[in-house]
Ligand binder design. Structure first.
Ligand code: AMP
Ligand code: GLY
Length: 417
């Protein structure tokens, strides 16, 4: 199978590594990719925001499967354009991708499907915001309604900060605060059948101990041994399957990756957010543990044949990834700094480029993500931090507590089933 991966982040590099190692894949192209994908996949120039250009490239490289990584091309209709060209595409239509593109739409679908989530009010004026903040009380949760690369959400005890964020966004959701550890569950679906991958945990804040502003994600680990048995099945039954069924019923089936972001509250799993694509950095750890064909799985989802497809197999043990971000991130990142140690096995590239002299340079907020597996979570964590120690980036920032609590017997999370 000839595969085209669209995108240029760590998720796309992780997808390319898994696809390059898959015997079912005969040719691999990544467009536009980064310095990491260029070492495992053929490079092509591409404006990912142009659906016609994505479809044209898919035809030009004779792709048998197109995998669209980021949300922006999905919301713009890239998957529709590829499918219209008669090429199998892993990724939802623009209509179905609104599950991520509009938080208000996601809430509406969840209400119709009976999916448990935080109560929320859609607000377009300062008066509505003030009333909703008063209704739910602190901690205040204010979300930009549109796409914001994981940075449109403010969770704060300070009503002034909450009001200012709402004013800056315009159209926002004000939500009830969900208390409990967060879980990311990726579900592969063809619009009817749902196959869950391993649950993972992401670290959203920039600083150790979950301090500082939200980011796109600073690290992750999988699997989650502290999850009560049966949680994955419960989330498929109560969340993913009803959502997929509801979108099919509306005539806008969701075929691709339904990313379920959950809070494990005392009352059970509650949806924090949906995304319409693989998450970053969770993809790095989930795919590091995958022991069956990724191309076969994604192709089955793209062609409506998931019902007959075997469930994915997993390697024993655990995986940990630690993101190294540029100085200034999650604000405006400093770019073009030389990066050393970026070509070690397990280092997954996010915002990188290679200059004319072959020197690796930072080219984005999140630069690299050091990913390692191990027989146990503590072993994987140690190996990931050994990799980080071999990376040099001036002003680089990383968290030192990824997978820390969960690695300590008796000190990790626990939640009631
Ligand atoms: P989102 O973009 O919706 O995933 O939000 C980003 C992050 O904000 C989440 O991963 C949570 O850490 C936090 N968050 C979002 N919604 C809530 C909520 N209702 N209660 C508590 N934390 C939330
Ligand atoms: N890990 C968060 C995201 O991909 O949105």
């Amino acid at each position: 199978m000839r595969v085209l991966v669209v995108g240029s982040g760590a998720r796309e590099h992780a997808l390319c590594l898994a696809l390059a190692a898959d015997p079912a894949v005969t040719a691999l192209v990544c467009a536009p990719g980064n310095a990491g994908t260029a070492t495992v996949a053929e490079y092509r120039r591409l404006d990912v925001s142009d659906p016609a250009a994505v479809a044209a490239l898919a035809a030009e490289v004779a792709a048998g499967l197109v995998v669209i990584g980021p949300e922006a091309p999905l919301v713009a209709g890239a998957a529709d354009a590829v499918r219209a060209a008669g090429i199998a595409c892993f990724g939802p239509s623009a209509q179905a991708a609104r599950l991520e593109g509009s938080k208000a739409f996601a809430k509406e679908v969840m209400a119709a499907a009976g999916v448990p989530t935080a109560r929320a009010r859609l607000c377009t004026s300062a008066e509505q915001v003030a009333a909703a903040l008063a209704e739910f009380g602190p901690p205040y949760v204010v979300k930009d309604d549109g796409l914001a690369a994981g940075k449109g959400v403010v969770v704060t005890d300070d009503p002034t900060v909450a009001r200012e964020h709402a004013a800056a966004c315009g159209r926002v959701l004000v939500e009830e605060y969900l208390d409990g550890p967060e879980v990311s569950l990726f579900c592969v679906t063809d619009g009817t059948t749902v196959l869950p991958l391993l649950p993972a945990q992401d670290y959203k804040r920039i600083g150790d101990g979950d301090t500082g502003p939200n980011t796109g994600g600073m690290g992750a680990y999988a699997p989650l041994e502290w999850l009560p048995p049966g949680t994955v099945e419960r989330v498929v039954r109560e969340v993913a399957q009803p959502t997929v069924d509801e979108l099919r019923r509306r005539g806008t089936p969701f075929a691709g990756l339904l990313y379920v972001g959950l809070a494990m509250t005392a009352a059970g799993p509650r949806v924090v957010e949906f995304n319409a694509r693989f998450g970053d950095p969770e993809t790095q750890v989930v795919l590091a543990l995958l022991d069956s064909s990724l191309a076969g799985l994604l192709h089955a989802a793209a062609t409506g044949t998931l019902a007959g497809h075997p469930a994915p197999r997993w390697r024993p043990g655990a995986a940990v990834t630690v993101v190294v971000a540029a100085a200034g991130y999650p604000g405006t990142p400093r770019l073009d700094d030389p990066v050393r140690g970026g070509d070690q096995p397990g280092v997954i590239h996010a915002g990188t480029r290679r200059d004319g002299d072959g020197v690796l340079r930072s080219a984005g907020g999140r630069v690299l993500s050091a990913t390692a597996t191990g027989a146990s979570l503590p072993a994987a964590r140690e190996a990931a931090y050994r990799l980080v120690a071999g990376i040099e980036l001036a002003g680089g920032q990383y968290r030192t507590d990824i997978a820390d609590l969960a690695s300590r017997p008796g000190l990790g999370f626990s939640v009631d089933a």
